[in-house]
Design a protein around this ligand. Structure first.
Ligand code: CA
Length: 254
């Protein structure tokens, strides 16, 4: 295992020297974190970046505020008084509140990132985290949120609705995890084009992903089992050594 993020190393980047501008002014963030000093530091830092920030120190109280749908982004700790972060996240999703959630996980804790994502979180960050990374992740989530192209994506009879976060093949609804959905979203937005594995990794897992890049193959496998195989299709193609392509190749490269 290389010490650096394989993605970052592959792109010759170092942490902290890449600033993504814009997309923060007026973005409303709810920080649900019971460590008061940490919550206040995050609040001050995010406000300095242009975000509007409210803080809650209790899971149940935070859930109540998150439910209002007032916020654009939620930063959610796991170990919280009142109600733990997993339950907060699961409850919001079960109530169809789709505000992007970045979950704060503890690397040495009994919980892991996979569980955070299973509950419907969009992203996670391990404590202790770098503030620069937190801001970059939140900007990425905000960009996704404010994406002007919210029209349903269609490739043949496969349809992905980014607003309802729903996928169907013909009339058959397909249930995807948030991560699977994100991978399919990228492939469908670039239908007919080869999407390099590293692009998928960066866009779905984030530029700071430290884990095994083969996670992309794993998730493409999950997707095939849900959107292709049950329907006798093979729309998601592996282009050996290059990446993945969904749908017929474009007639001419641009
Ligand atoms: Ca905590």
């Amino acid at each position: 295992m290389p010490p650096e993020s394989p993605l970052r190393a592959a792109r010759g980047e170092r942490p902290g020297n890449r600033r993504i501008h814009g997309q923060t002014v007026g973005v409303k963030v709810l920080v649900i974190e019971d460590e008061v000093a940490l919550a206040e530091a995050v609040q001050r830092g995010l406000e300095a970046e242009g975000f509007e920030v409210e803080v809650s120190h209790d899971g149940l109280e935070g859930l109540g505020r998150a439910r209002t749908g007032f916020f654009d982004l939620i930063v959610l700790d796991i170990m919280l008084p009142g109600m733990n972060g997993y339950r907060v996240c699961r409850t919001l999703r079960s109530e169809e509140v789709w505000t992007p959630i970045l979950m704060l996980t503890a690397k040495d804790g009994e919980y892991d990132e996979a569980e955070a994502l299973d509950t419907g979180a969009d992203d996670f960050l391990s404590k202790p985290f770098s503030f620069v990374v937190l801001v970059a992740r939140l900007r990425a989530l905000a960009r996704r949120r404010s994406d002007s192209n919210l029209q349903p994506l269609e490739v043949g009879d496969l349809v992905l609705d980014p607003v309802a976060r729903a996928v169907r093949r013909g009339e058959t609804p397909i249930s995807l995890s948030p991560r699977e959905f994100a991978v399919l979203d990228v492939l469908m937005r670039q239908a007919g084009e080869i999407v390099p594995k590293l692009d998928l990794l960066e866009r779905v897992w984030g530029a700071d992903f430290e884990g095994d890049p083969n996670v992309v193959e794993v998730y493409v496998g999950y997707l095939r089992r849900k959107v292709d195989r049950p329907f006798g299709r093979s729309d998601i193609e592996t282009i050996r050594g290059e990446g993945y392509r969904l749908g017929a190749p474009l007639a001419a490269p641009r």
